[in-house]
Design a protein around this ligand. Structure first.
Ligand SMILES: [Zn+2]
Length: 585
């Protein structure tokens, strides 16, 4: 599915990049920009400028740049659509998807047909054992209906026969519902209770199946398809969203039976990962809908590992306004079995007694023998890399200070930058461009003038530079401003190929030069002069090279071009052209 450009523009208009970045990394205002430590390279200075006026960020070191969408995609490692969803959710807007049949990320509708087929199978006549199984798990009819639970008969072609007439081989193949052998399709799910998986928009995109009789594997999921990426999806999230507009909290569990079991007992805000550890994508998605998260993993070794993985994947994107808690079960218990044994109240009590992310993390540090110097060193060696994953420098400072107390070491010796040191660095971080080549400065200044007065793009002064192949990028940008004078800087960047030019343009954006129109025009005139002189210099340098016979074929062509594109060609120029074309040795 696709999202209309008009919506993306509207979304960017209603979003402030300073909020988006500031919620994740502390920003400090200095001059016309906000500054922060760049999360995209190992930054010890605030190297990233965020320009509110132009809604644009730029890192002077790694040159990462762009708008709020680009920042989110990079920072939370999101697909484009997910970044849009995140921004839309904080702006209180709903993303209008356009149906585009050719779009590969749109489920074909086949999965939904399969869900309905399997659902119809779930009755006493066809599936007595499945009904029996659900009864044993204390799943009632309304809950089975809410989650669209179904049953796949133990046949190789039940679903295939049902869908064959209405889908092409390609669709069948891409649906994830069949396996293929010797050019024939076979039902992937056989003899299983079916738990359909929906994406956040409610489309059925995949399914999980629990075997009824003996057999392996006990749980089987759809394979990844163009519309199902399991490290991105959460079972039950759509169902929570469907019944709760403002989600107070979400409980993350390991399996779909946990989600359904909790729902049956009245806990209607659980979601499950699909056979994977909690990924940063999951965390980012959950944070989009709530600011209170409980991780409730099984009371076994794997559950403990899953909890720690959740810590590691939460740290990079943690924010001050997000509260995270961990619930631990006795060995042998999972959320479903616990609530079956202790009921809603018992489970609620467990949530009340859950421990916070910071306490959980510090309890891990305390597992080392902090009585001995060796133990404290080991604890520090364990904790520092984890703390360093935190991008939010305020939170990082708090964690670092707690760890230093426990390990009896000074924060400074632990190589964890704190916001105090960031503030210090800010004072000498203003980018100095005094040693930049003059023609680079000229290019950046032309960009600055264009950003301030886009109408300058129409000025004929630039025509003089047309014969310089090295300045092609300038004309691409001029054309963009001629066509769309109010074009957003991030759109201009998208149209450029060279990272270097993108960097120059970004510098001009964050430089945010305040120019009067008169000064902007004067600046352009001066800079065009510099570039022209530079071109004349280039011509002379190439001619000198030619005279000592050290000219390369590329340089030869370059020189030919420079001469050919002159507005007036002199006799001397003609001589040169002759020389250059005759001596093709
Ligand atoms: Zn950077």
């Amino acid at each position: 599915m696709s999202i209309p450009t008009s919506f993306i523009d509207q979304l960017l208009d209603q979003t402030d990049i300073v909020d988006v970045i500031g919620r994740r990394i502390p920003l400090n205002k200095k001059g016309s920009n906000f500054w922060c430590q760049c999360p995209f390279h190992d930054d010890s200075n605030p190297s990233m400028a965020v320009n509110q006026d132009k809604q644009f960020f730029y890192c002077f070191v790694c040159q990462e740049s762009g708008n709020a969408i680009h920042f989110l995609r990079q920072y939370e490692n999101l697909e484009f659509v997910d970044a849009i969803e995140t921004l839309a959710s904080s702006a209180g807007m709903t993303v209008p998807y356009e149906n585009n049949r050719l779009d590969k990320s749109k489920p074909s509708g086949l999965v939904e047909k399969a869900v309905r087929f399997y659902q119809a199978n779930l009755n006493e006549t066809i599936a007595p054992k499945a009904i029996q199984y659900l009864k044993e798990r204390k799943i009632t009819g309304p809950t089975a209906k809410k989650f669209n639970i179904g049953y796949a008969q133990d046949k190789w072609d039940g679903l295939f026969n049902h869908l064959e007439a209405e889908a092409s081989a390609k669709e069948l193949n891409e649906s994830g519902l069949f396996s293929k052998k010797d050019n024939r399709f076979y039902d992937r799910f056989r003899g299983r209770v079916i738990f359909p998986i929906r994406n956040i928009k409610g489309d059925f995109i995949a399914m999980g199946g629990r075997i009824i009789d003996e057999g392996e594997p006990k749980y089987l999921n759809s394979p990844e398809t163009s519309f199902f990426n399991k490290s991105n999806e959460l079972f039950g999230l759509y169902e929570v969203k469907e019944s709760e507009r403002n989600i107070a909290s979400l409980i993350v569990v390991e399996g779909y039976m946990d989600v359904i079991g909790l729902y049956e007992h009245g806990i209607k805000n659980a979601v499950a990962t699909l056979g994977t550890a909690v990924t940063p994508n999951h965390v980012s998605k959950i944070m989009r809908y709530t600011n209170k998260i409980f991780f409730a993993f099984d009371g076994d070794l794997a559950g403990g590992k899953a909890a720690w993985k959740a810590v590691e994947n939460t740290f990079p994107i943690i924010r001050e306004d997000i509260n995270i808690y961990f619930v631990f079960f006795d060995p042998g218990h999972d959320p479903d079995s616990y609530i079956n044994e202790h009921g809603l109240e018992g489970f609620q009590k467990l949530l009340d007694e859950s421990i916070s992310l910071s306490s959980y993390f510090l309890s891990k540090v305390k597992e080392y023998n902090l009585e001995t110097l060796e133990g404290r060193a080991q604890a520090a060696a364990f904790a520092i890399p984890v703390v360093n994953k935190i991008n939010n420098s305020v939170i990082k400072e708090i964690y670092a200070s707690e760890v230093s107390k426990l390990c009896g070491m000074d924060v400074k010796t632990m190589d964890v930058p704190t916001s105090a040191s960031i503030r210090q660095d800010l004072n000498h971080n203003v980018k100095s461009n005094s040693n930049m080549p003059v023609r680079v400065k000229a290019v950046i200044n032309i960009f600055s003038a264009l950003l301030a007065f886009p109408a300058i793009a129409k000025d004929s002064i630039f025509d003089q530079l047309k014969n310089n192949p090295k300045l092609e990028f300038l004309f691409i940008i001029l054309d963009l401003y001629k066509q769309t004078p109010d074009i957003k800087p991030s759109r201009v960047i998208e149209s450029l190929e060279s990272d270097q030019i993108k960097g120059y343009f970004s510098e001009a954006v964050v430089a945010g030069l305040e120019l009067s129109e008169k000064n902007a025009i004067k600046l352009v005139v001066d800079c065009v002069d510099i570039l022209l002189k530079n071109q004349k210099d280039r011509e002379q340098i190439l001619k000198d090279k030619y005279n000592v016979r050290s000219i390369s074929p590329v340089e030869r062509r370059d020189l030919q071009q420079i001469i050919l594109k002159k507005q007036e060609i002199t006799d001397d120029d003609r001589n040169w052209l002759e020389k250059l074309s005759s001596k093709q040795d």
